[in-house]
Design a protein around this ligand. Structure first.
Ligand SMILES: Cc1cc2nc3c(=O)[nH]c(=O)nc-3n(C[C@H](O)[C@H](O)[C@H](O)COP(=O)(O)OP(=O)(O)OC[C@H]3O[C@@H](n4cnc5c(N)ncnc54)[C@H](O)[C@@H]3O)c2cc1C
Length: 369
């Protein structure tokens, strides 16, 4: 089958969906991406906030950076660096021990290369979704997928039942498309009923997830008592990591901005108390206070920020990988691929590998038709 005539829908523009869409478009497919959010990025999103005095502030409130040891991913990153939307974050990193109140490990600069999107983590997904051969539809939640036996294609509808078109193949890049999580969020059944796909009927549908709260902070002046620009916390039940946002390449340095991550244990305890529904602004303010107080308990000279806000990631990290060495789930009869970090490993590298694999299976399959 001629790829140009082959229409593929990619659901989700996190890094797995964006890499998959970009690779499919390069291989000549006609690609439409659908994304529930207002823009691309998923868990590599960039958050825009306005401080009380009207100042605009940006935070990578999801993944702060990513690393890789895979040659294919490295080659891809070289290309992104050349196009100017990725750069290495060259700073000092370490870890802080809550018991001794000291920085205990310092990582040598450049030892484990850390990459960031420029000017925000979402820039990578944004650039990929703008490539030739891709039509991007943001603010559109795919609500149902129906296999049309008679013409060997998928019919997609949004969450209000509006027609989104017919496609020869579909890539679903979020576990919520087939799990109860979609139902918890929307009170509707998940768009993809795996029972209708014989090859996938026995697949593990409920991928366990680990939550996390992110705390965004902006200070007028540098926190000069902190000798590194990113660190993990040891022996804290509340905080796990901290990153100085404004030390990343391509960011504004007009204020010093930090993003702190809670431990999974802390996030679980909040969710156990408050449930999975979206937290109110009041609840988020209390959480922000609690996380900030823990930051102050380090004994580091952390003065009062002019901006402080918490964000909840209910499914920050998958706690299982469901595709093993295959790296994505594939149904050749119905031309359906499922990809994402939950197929490989709970990080950007795993998501990229999964998206790349889904695209290459599509290309091989359609080149044989
Ligand atoms: C706080 C935090 C810290 C992290 N730290 C790191 C780190 O240091 N290093 C690292 O490598 N990784 C880190 N990660 C993990 C990394 O962000 C993820 O592994 C990666 O971004 C996952 O990409 P993905 O494409 O698989 O999924 P996602 O980014 O979740 O993308 C899925 C997309 O699908 C969309 N979608 C879902 N359902 C529908 C629907 N029905 N219709 C339309 N769109 C839909 C969603 O809106 C979303 O945009 C972190 C994540 C978080 C949250």
């Amino acid at each position: 089958m001629n790829p140009i005539a082959t229409k593929v829908a990619v659901i989700g523009t996190g890094i797995s969906g964006a890499v998959c869409a970009s690779t499919l478009a390069k291989n000549g497919f006609s690609v439409t991406v659908f994304e529930s959010g207002r823009g691309p990025g998923g868990r590599m999103s960039r958050r825009r906030e306005i401080a009380e005095d009207g100042r605009e502030l940006y935070f990578d409130h999801g993944a702060p950076y990513f690393s890789t040891t895979n040659a294919d991913v490295e080659e891809m990153i070289r290309g992104w660096e050349a196009r100017g939307f990725v750069a290495e974050w060259k700073q000092n990193f370490g870890s802080f021990d809550f018991i001794t109140k000291r920085f205990v490990d310092f990582e040598k600069e450049g030892l484990n290369k850390k990459y960031v999107g420029i000017p925000g983590m979402n820039s990578i997904c944004r650039a990929l979704c703008q490539e030739h051969g891709i039509e991007s539809k943001f603010g559109v939640t795919v609500g149902s997928l129906e296999w049309l036996q008679n013409n060997d294609s998928w019919s997609l509808k949004d969450s209000n039942g509006q027609d989104l078109g017919q496609f020869n193949g579909v890539v679903a890049s979020d576990k919520s498309t087939f799990s109860q999580r979609f139902t918890q969020m929307t009170r509707k059944p998940p768009p993809l009923d795996l029972k209708l796909i014989p090859g996938l009927a026995n697949m593990n549908k409920e991928v366990p997830v680990r939550p996390c709260f992110a705390l965004m902070l902006a200070f007028e002046n540098p926190l000069s008592s902190i000798p590194v620009r990113g660190f993990s916390f040891e022996n804290s039940n509340v905080l796990s990591r901290a990153f100085c946002e404004s030390s990343k390449p391509g960011r504004s340095t007009s204020s010093e901005r930090w993003v702190l991550h809670s431990t999974e244990q802390y996030a679980e305890s909040i969710i156990a108390r408050a449930g999975l529904q979206k937290p109110s602004d009041e609840a988020l303010s209390e959480i922000a206070e609690e996380l900030f107080r823990e930051f102050q308990k380090t004994g580091l000279d952390v003065y009062v920020p002019f901006f402080k806000r918490a964000h909840r990631w209910g499914s920050a990290f998958p706690a299982a990988s469901i595709a093993g060495d295959e790296k994505c789930i594939w149904d050749g009869t119905k031309k359906l691929a499922i990809c994402g970090d939950f197929c490989v490993s709970p990080n950007v590298e795993g998501a990229i590998l999964s998206g790349l694999t889904a695209a290459s299976i599509f290309s091989e399959t359609f080149s044989r038709l």
